[in-house]
Design a protein around this ligand. Structure first.
Ligand SMILES: CCCCC/C=C\C/C=C\C/C=C\C/C=C\CCCC(=O)SCCNC(=O)CCNC(=O)[C@H](O)C(C)(C)COP(=O)(O)OP(=O)(O)OC[C@H]1O[C@@H](n2cnc3c(N)ncnc32)[C@H](O)[C@@H]1OP(=O)(O)O
Length: 167
């Protein structure tokens, strides 16, 4: 089913998952959908491998972690979370050099904690990796000394940005 993209989220400078100036990073784009889910799109490269041609499980955990952690921002872009628990299940190998979609959503939201689930989808739509994450909400100034401009926290548009995403 196709879902309309309603917003593209910000990227950063050096984050492993979303930093556009991290040469070894995933350079992921994040899209908020009209159904309340968040989709991450990225293409793993050779530097993300474990066994040859297979994406590293730690990278799978990292992309799921950030996709679930960012899904809370659909509701309020000023909620920042730090991961306190992440449970990852590896069901199928994830190949390199293919564009992947990762879907995340929030399943529980309380004043201090939120929880969510996510999946990495293969190009044929099969679910390769799933995760459940728990996050503690924290004011951004308590997480780190972030300067939005210095960290290049901004929406970066591209010709490749989809207006709809098939899930
Ligand atoms: C504006 C410019 C921005 C630029 C941004 C640039 C880049 C950003 C990129 C993306 C950002 C967007 C979104 C990203 C979202 C996610 C992505 C990944 C995030 C991470 O990659 S982040 C790294 C890994 N992560 C950590 O680095 C956490 C390390 N950890 C700690 O820092 C402490 O652990 C802390 C502070 C969490 C708590 O410590 P603490 O000392 O404050 O609190 P304490 O332990 O006393 O617990 C207080 C109450 O929480 C309960 N509690 C604790 N843990 C619990 C659990 N697991 N389950 C259930 N309840 C739990 C206790 O039971 C107690 O409850 P009670 O008060 O009722 O007793």
């Amino acid at each position: 089913m196709k879902h309309k993209v309603i917003k593209k989220q910000q990227n950063s400078k050096k984050c492993l998952v979303c930093g556009l100036k991290n040469d070894l990073g995933l350079k992921t784009s994040f899209y908020e959908l009209e159904n309340g889910e968040l989709v991450a799109i990225f293409t793993p490269i050779e530097e993300h491998q474990s066994y040859p041609e297979r994406m590293h499980g730690g990278i799978a955990g990292a992309i799921l972690d950030e996709t679930i952690g960012r899904a809370i921002m659909i509701k309020d872009k000023n909620i920042w979370g730090v991961t306190v628990e992440l449970n990852v299940k590896y069901k199928k190998p994830v190949p390199l050099h293919e564009e992947l979609r990762v879907v995340g959503r929030i399943t529980r939201d309380s004043s201090r904690l939120f929880e969510g689930t996510g999946e990495i989808l293969l190009s044929n739509g099969e679910v390769a990796v799933t995760a459940i994450g728990k996050y503690m909400k924290m004011p951004i100034e308590k997480i780190a000394n972030f300067d939005e401009a210095d960290q290049e926290w901004q929406t970066v548009w591209s010709d490749q940005d989809p207006s709809e995403i098939e899930l």
